[in-house]
Design a protein around this ligand. Sequence first.
Ligand code: FAD
Ligand code: NAD
Length: 444
Amino acid sequence: MQEFDIVVIGGGPGGLAAAYGLHAKGMNVAVVEKDLWGGTCPNRGCDPKKILMAAVETQAHSEALQGHGLSGVPQIDWTALMAAKRAYTEKIPSGTHSGLKSAGIATFHGTASFNADGTLTVGDDQLNAANWIVATGQEPRIPAIKGSEWLNTSNEFLDLDSLPADITLMGAGFVGVEIAAIANAAGSHVHLIHHSDRPLRAFDADLVHDLMDRLAADGIDVQLDTDITAVSPADDQYQVTTATGESWTTGMVLATAGRRPVIDDLHLDRIDVVTTAHGITVNGQLQTTNPHVFALGDVVDRPQPKLTPVAGFEGRYLAETLTTCDSPAIVYPAIPSVVYGKTQLAQLGVSPEMATIQADRYQVKDLDLTHWYSYQRIQDPHARIKVVVDRTSQNIVGAAILSTEAEQVINYLDFVIQNHMSSADISQTIMAYPTLASDLGYFN
Ligand SMILES: Cc1cc2nc3c(=O)[nH]c(=O)nc-3n(C[C@H](O)[C@H](O)[C@H](O)COP(=O)(O)OP(=O)(O)OC[C@H]3O[C@@H](n4cnc5c(N)ncnc54)[C@H](O)[C@@H]3O)c2cc1C
Ligand SMILES: NC(=O)c1ccc[n+]([C@@H]2O[C@H](COP(=O)([O-])OP(=O)(O)OC[C@H]3O[C@@H](n4cnc5c(N)ncnc54)[C@H](O)[C@@H]3O)[C@@H](O)[C@H]2O)c1
């Protein structure tokens, strides 16, 4: 039996933030990882996705300037782009593991499983700890349809040797919309199929509608209120069938219908940790129903979006609070969400929809940005922002933006909201001009 102060299960961004923080406070820490050290984000999530997106964004900027000083749209070389992605991702697991080892954090590679006596088995190793942190993340959910065994996921897409000429995505959430943008820009014909009329439900409905129009204008076959009911092999392709009997042949079908918590192997029932279909139940201190077991990151059942910076924030919170008594509950700052692509959709703070419901408290400014200098310069065809302003303080408290530059603007607004600033406050800062940052003072 090997004894530790804390054992962290899951070597992703959340687990690693907790492990390094607790180690820095003098704790004897071990981390267990069953697959790739570094977890989803750097191996098969945010980072490889955004490497592919670099080509998409550059192509989109060039496309917008056709007839405005550029001629010829660059084409994506999938093989070379995938090689660039792999050159980055292949170093992640060994680099992450050696970072832990050189810091003096114990590591175990294998699937962790709790025993009824509260200890942990990892292969041939038996571990015991005063406290445990479960940070095992999520994995793609495979819908139970006829032929579900033929469905692939974002894991396979982000490591494809060659891109099929036709690809079908089942679900228009974050993953589906981003993969649609990449595959479309790289030359594949994309079917983006969503079962309801409300894709990207967490985002402003008007801007989502605008985004769907943009995707359709780019040549993506966007079908809402459509259920894929069966997938079957057809020669070296697949036949997709919908509930209304429509069908087509496609080179690959991806389940992009959401993700599920990775908890099956842990046997959490043996140690009285309660879970739901959405993940592990925790209190405000991220403590589970077993007082010695904590959980963080994507595996937790909580309303905050499941994003890398949120997992890291929770890891740092636990590193701080596990070493103190009677710690205060975690308080999340405003959390920006961005759907990347040729056109980016971003949102932060009080949503325009919520602000409209509470109209006596908030004002929503719906601004067409296409004629603003920053967007004319790059010929951004559909830039629009909704800014939420608190009527009493005049502070900006929320925003939703659709534009090729949304990821930058939302991060500037994150600082504005975090620092309780109004446009008048922003005007007291001299920004480099003309830039997206110098636009901030004009938002109300
Ligand atoms: C395609 C895609 C794109 C994304 N893009 C973005 C983005 O642009 N921005 C963003 O902020 N977020 C993005 N995300 C979400 C982001 O990847 C996650 O929020 C983040 O990785 C969560 O970190 P985590 O530490 O909670 O879990 P994970 O990173 O999933 O790590 C959990 C680790 O636990 C391990 N594990 C599981 N069970 C066991 C066990 N029994 N024993 C031992 N180890 C175990 C797993 O192998 C895994 O390595 C994306 C996700 C996907 C799938
Ligand atoms: N840019 C980013 O920050 C980014 C990118 C990718 C993923 N993520 C994170 O990962 C999480 C998971 O992303 P995701 O896209 O897998 O899930 P998601 O929940 O965002 O989207 C899945 C969508 O599929 C729909 N769906 C469910 N069943 C379906 C079916 N049978 N047919 C068609 N559609 C169906 C759901 O209604 C939902 O809208 C996100 O919530 C986000 O937190 C973030």
